[in-house]
Every structure is written in structure tokens, then in C-alpha cells.
Ligand binder design. Sequence first.
Ligand SMILES: Cc1cc2nc3c(=O)[nH]c(=O)nc-3n(C[C@H](O)[C@H](O)[C@H](O)COP(=O)(O)O)c2cc1C
Length: 172
Amino acid sequence: MSQILIAYFSKAGENYVSGAMKELPVGNTAHVAAMLQERAGGDLWEIRPREPYPDGYRDCVARSKRELQEKARPELADTLPDLSAYNAVILGYPIWCGTMPMPVWTFLEAGDFSGKAILPFCTHEGSGLARSVEDIRALCPQSQIGEALAIHGSHIPESGDALDSWLRRAGL
Ligand SMILES: Cc1cc2nc3c(=O)[nH]c(=O)nc-3n(C[C@H](O)[C@H](O)[C@H](O)COP(=O)(O)O)c2cc1C
């Protein structure tokens, strides 16, 4: 039996959805993470930065670009869960500037993921997984990185079948 942790980063608030600025009450990645928990069970854990990102899209892009350039590792608001309780980690994030938001890097460096299966998924607005999977591989060389799934932000409501078959292929 897999003990599954669904760890995800997501930002509610202003964002582009299919070219239009929208106010999202629940972030896209949080939405998918909840759909995955309904299907696979497991524990949800939100990767929250100690200093929340600005609600406004432009300010958020400016900070994320700066953090990426500076190879920042923003502090997290919460202590990591006890990872020894899990053998599979579903890792969800939005694509920000071609990769994962920097708090996800903080999370992957702070925990011991060696010997665990990591199953990445992202939500995005067109760039798919971009560089994120290579970055996860480099951050977690002792983990088994499974098939990664990319979901366009505007296709989430109808992504249930894709989630089911992805989980099935991963044996979860
Ligand atoms: C700071 C920032 C940078 C982004 N960079 C990209 C990008 O490089 N490629 C892309 O396809 N979408 C990009 N997006 C769009 C998000 O990946 C997309 O809207 C995602 O579904 C948001 O998930 P969330 O609501 O869980 O935060 C960016 C959004 C933000 C806020």
C-alpha cells in the first residue's frame, strides 16, 4: 500500500486564464490537488511561503523573476510533515517563469526524499512542464521521479479522466 503525500504550491488571486485576467478564489494547482486526493486518498500539504506572494499578477511575476535570478530559497511558513510516513509524494506546482516557484525548491531541499517516488504535476498557461522536471531530478537525485503530468489552467474541470489514468499508470 502506498502512503501518499500530496504536497502542492498554489496561489489564489489574480492570474491569467486563457489570455484574460481573472480573480481565482482557489488556485488552479490547489484545485487539482483536491481532485487527486478524492481519487488516490493521501494527505494534502500546502507548501506556503512565510512571506505570501502579492495578490496582483504583475507584482507576483516581478518577485518570482527576481527570486529565480537570485536562486532564492524563500522560507516556508510551516514545518515539513514527517516524510518518513510516506513512500510516494505527489508534487504539484504552477509553472512560474519556466519552472517551479522557488518555495517548491525550498521544500525539496529541506526534506529527505531519498528512496521515495515523486510524481510531479503542474498547472500552466501554455508552457507545459517547461524545465520543472529536470530541476526536480537535480534537486532529488536519490528519488524515483515518475511520469509528470501537465494540465492547462483552463482544462482543470474536465481533467478527471486524465488524472485517473495518470494515477493508474503510476500504480496509485
Ligand atoms: C508569477 C507567475 C509566472 C508564471 N509563469 C508562467 C510560465 O512561465 N508558463 C506558463 O505556462 N504559465 C505561467 N504562469 C501561469 C500559471 O502557471 C498558471 O496560471 C497556473 O495554473 C497557476 O496555478 P495556481 O493558481 O495554482 O497558482 C505564471 C503565473 C504566475 C503568477
